[in-house]
Design a protein around this ligand. Structure first.
Ligand code: 13P
Length: 253
């Protein structure tokens, strides 16, 4: 069975002390995970090492960076490379979040480079895609998301996509309290899986974990994660509260 994943995206929130407390609170709950379940904390760069240290004794718990640069090293003041993250033993990197696409002009081509550099450094990308409201209203979301995937991922060999992680995050559902319905999520996740199946075959498509993101809360996680092609969530606001995120973890299949 492909991995079912509860991933937290803390975004640019929490002080070091708050981060410490939140990780302690969640890990101390000792939520038992099946071998097919994983918990990932996407934390700000300064907290990566601390977070790794905190979760290392919890099987199935991992740390993600929220971004990395598309070059290996050099004169890029302020950027963080995949090589650096790999040397810190970070497992995952969130790539192409809609906030990075919107505020930092990351396009599909740049994201393809970021995916490559993560993979070549042993880091698992959590590749984000998703449409803005006007695309959903025009009912062209399937083609929109398909283009994001094709332009950033279809250059990869099939072996690179085995057990890959994609997060579908409709922009109109992020931070708005307006969740896609479980049916809308399932419909898009099935579409995403079929896009991979057409290019790479069913085995690869079936191995990819497709997470839903956008106003996932304790009270809707179970229903959304229960859908056949939804393999967990990428959670923003609700991941900043220990009790709430713990319930979301328990909502995994
Ligand atoms: P919210 O859960 O706050 O809507 O954020 C979703 C998100 O952007 C996760 O990456």
């Amino acid at each position: 069975m492909r991995k079912q994943i509860a991933a937290a995206n803390w975004k640019m929130n929490l002080t070091l002390q708050q981060a410490n407390e939140l990780l302690d609170e969640i890990t101390n709950k000792n939520i038992s995970l099946s071998p097919d379940q994983q918990v990932v904390f996407g934390v700000p760069f300064p907290y990566l090492l601390l977070a790794s240290e905190k979760v290392k004794s919890n099987a199935g718990y991992f740390i993600a960076a929220q971004n990395c640069y598309n070059q290996a090293s050099g004169a890029y003041t302020g950027e963080v490379s995949a090589v650096m993250l790999s040397s810190c033993e970070i497992g995952f990197v969130i790539i192409g979040h809609s906030e990075r696409r919107e505020y930092f002009w990351e396009d599909n081509e740049m994201l393809a480079q970021k995916v490559d550099i993560c993979l070549s450094n042993g880091l698992k990308p959590i590749f984000c895609c998703g449409e803005p409201l006007e695309i959903r209203e025009a009912e062209t979301q399937n083609a929109y998301v398909e283009t994001q995937i094709k332009e950033s991922l279809f250059h990869l060999e099939s072996s690179a996509l085995h057990n890959f992680v994609v997060a579908y995050e409709p922009i109109w559902a992020i931070g708005t309290g307006k969740t896609a319905s479980a049916e809308q999520a399932q419909e898009m996740h099935a579409h995403i899986r079929s896009v991979f199946a057409q290019k790479y075959g069913n085995d690869i498509a079936e191995s990819i974990s497709i997470l839903y993101g956008g106003s996932v809360k304790a009270n809707n996680a179970n229903e959304i994660f229960g859908k056949k092609d939804v393999d967990g969530g990428l959670v923003g606001g609700a991941s900043l509260k220990a009790d709430e995120f713990a319930e979301i973890i328990k909502g995994l299949k």
